[in-house]
Design a protein around this ligand. Structure first.
Ligand code: CA
Length: 220
């Protein structure tokens, strides 16, 4: 591996967790409940949750967006990092998955910070723009259907304040981005999205190899 400093092995990941991870007990329980779910692979890693919480602190974020809630790990990690008056507008289309999320939000005492919008996220984001809320969000996490990544990104960028941050998940797509045999719509959408980011002059960006690859873009 000449181009990178280390290869993350299971043993190194265990070490990293042992010296760095401070996962609240409620997040651990949610993670364990979700691990039994047939789509458990959609859950972010606890390191990524802690990293996102750090970003929320760094930004002094008060108002955030989440596109793709699933069972709520990322939104709970962000909600716990937000101040008492902080708010997340969380978009998802599954009442079944988000019922699990709601249960943990309630138990963690952060339910009042999370405004769940059960509708296609493009509708929700367009409605926020139409309501004059452009330029008001501090942070956005995009982790939903990959074919709409560019649509979500464009709208999130409008809704973000200058200096606000968008985090886009799964940009390495379990390695399929470099697999010539992978030509499904999701993989093509992620490749296309990634290919536009490097020259997007509206942001400062970098791709971070945490979890399944996370692109961070700060609005200029
Ligand atoms: Ca994801």
């Amino acid at each position: 591996m000449p181009h990178i400093k280390i290869t993350m092995t299971a043993e190194l990941a265990d070490y990293l967790r042992s010296v760095s991870l401070q996962e609240p007990e409620i997040l651990q329980r949610l993670r364990e409940e979700t691990a039994a779910h047939p789509q458990a692979g959609m859950q972010i890693t606890p390191e990524q949750g802690q990293f996102m919480a750090l970003l929320v602190h760094l930004l002094n974020a008060r108002l955030t967006l989440e596109v793709g809630v699933f069972t709520g790990y990322s939104s709970l990690a962000v909600a716990l990092a937000l101040p008492a008056a902080g708010k997340i507008i969380a978009c998802d289309i599954s009442s079944e998955f988000t019922a699990i999320a709601r249960k943990y939000w309630r138990e963690a005492g952060v339910e009042q910070k999370i405004d769940l919008r059960l509708a296609p996220a493009i509708q929700t984001l367009d409605a926020l723009i139409a309501q004059g809320r452009s330029g008001t969000f501090d942070f956005a996490f995009i982790d939903a259907d990959k074919e709409n990544y560019a649509n979500y990104y464009e709208r999130a960028l409008v809704l973000l304040r200058p200096g606000g941050l968008i985090a886009v998940d799964n940009v390495l797509w379990h390695g399929r981005v470099i697999d010539p045999a992978a030509n499904d719509a999701d993989t093509r959408a992620i490749r296309a999205f990634n290919a536009t980011m490097r020259t997007d002059k509206r942001v400062w960006q970098t791709m971070v190899p945490v979890g399944d690859g996370l692109t961070l873009a700060v609005k200029k």
